[in-house]
Design a protein around this ligand. Structure first.
Ligand code: FES
Length: 306
């Protein structure tokens, strides 16, 4: 009969750690560029971690004691009995190599958590802290005459003062399905972000100040122009000439208690039609210079969420 093995079980080389590392990398990259990619990375990492741990723990199962009769010397006493065999088995259940493997895995997990937690915290904390995410009251509806743009400047976060001042071009389009319809255009140029200006005079004499909000009606404008590189837009914010890659961004809005509130900005590839009947092709807010539709949007480098 062969003697029982006297060395601990050591698992053979495995690809599971490599898969786990790939999943962790995808997770990290996903946290920066997209939650979908992050979720995929998490699934890959968890799947390979499970397989890896299963492999490791499979070796720690009780190695069955050889079912052999104790050897006896010809005339001597019996070989060590069951108590000695049990002690030997207990020693082999947690060999040093297994301990080192499991501690390395645990330590890696702890370090990964320490590295990842701050990044995840910075990513999701703003959603709970409501930083600058509040809708902004830019005055009563009666301050917005039909068919005319009004230049509205306001502090997006009054606690931060003038550095948070933003400008929107707001036009009342009349009622649509019984509700007031507005066009609210951002003044950030879709080329490099310079402040675009209305192509027409302002009625400075009609200027109004309501808390941090300043309203100045325009007389009649022929679109918007950018002073930096000559980008031009029509009255719906569509690019008409120059380097901008898309239409001007817009603000979502809501109406409460007779006041107009601005919400989150969003990007627009182009607008079909005009006024209340216009069809706006909306996109998630993009950086200036970033195409949001067509082939160029696929060729443009991936941007982090913002
Ligand atoms: S930033 Fe407006 S055209 Fe360049």
């Amino acid at each position: 009969m062969q003697p029982p093995e006297d060395h601990p079980h050591v698992p053979g080389p495995s690809l599971w750690p490599v898969g786990f590392a790939v999943g962790a990398v995808v997770l990290m990259v996903g946290i920066i560029i997209s939650w979908w990619v992050a979720g995929l990375g998490a699934v890959i990492a968890l799947a390979f971690a499970f397989l890896w741990v299963r492999d490791l723990t499979a070796g720690t199962e009780l190695t069955h004691a050889p079912d052999v009769e104790p050897e006896r010397a010809a005339d001597g006493p019996a070989a060590p009995g069951p108590a000695a065999t049990s002690a030997s088995v207990t020693e082999e259940r947690f060999p040093r190599s297994k301990f080192l493997e499991l501690s390395t895995l645990g330590l890696g997990g702890v370090i990964g958590g320490i590295v990842t937690a701050p990044a995840v915290g910075f990513m999701i904390a703003p959603a709970f802290l409501k930083q600058g995410s509040k809708d902004h009251d830019i005055g009563p509806l009666t301050d917005y005459p039909e068919g005319k743009y009004v230049v509205a400047t306001f502090m997006s976060d009054p606690a931060q003062g003038e550095v948070s001042r933003r400008t929107a071009y707001v036009r009342y389009n009349g009622p649509l399905n019984g509700l007031p319809s507005f066009t609210v255009i951002s003044n950030h140029c879709a080329h490099l972000g310079c402040p675009v200006q209305p192509n027409g005079p302002l009625e400075e004499s009609q200027k109004k100040q309501i808390r941090d909000v300043t309203l100045i009606p325009t007389v009649s404008i022929a679109g918007f122009g950018c002073p930096c590189h000559g980008g031009q837009y029509d009255t719906e914010g569509n690019r008409t000439s120059g380097p901008p890659v898309r239409a001007l961004d817009r603000y979502s809005f809501s109406i409460r208690n007779g006041h107009l509130f601005l919400g989150h900005p969003f990007s627009v590839s182009h607008v079909d039609g005009t006024g209340a009947g216009a069809k706006i092709h909306k996109w998630t807010l993009a950086f200036p210079g970033e195409p949001v539709s067509g082939l160029e949007s696929w060729l443009y480098p991936i941007q982090p969420p913002h």
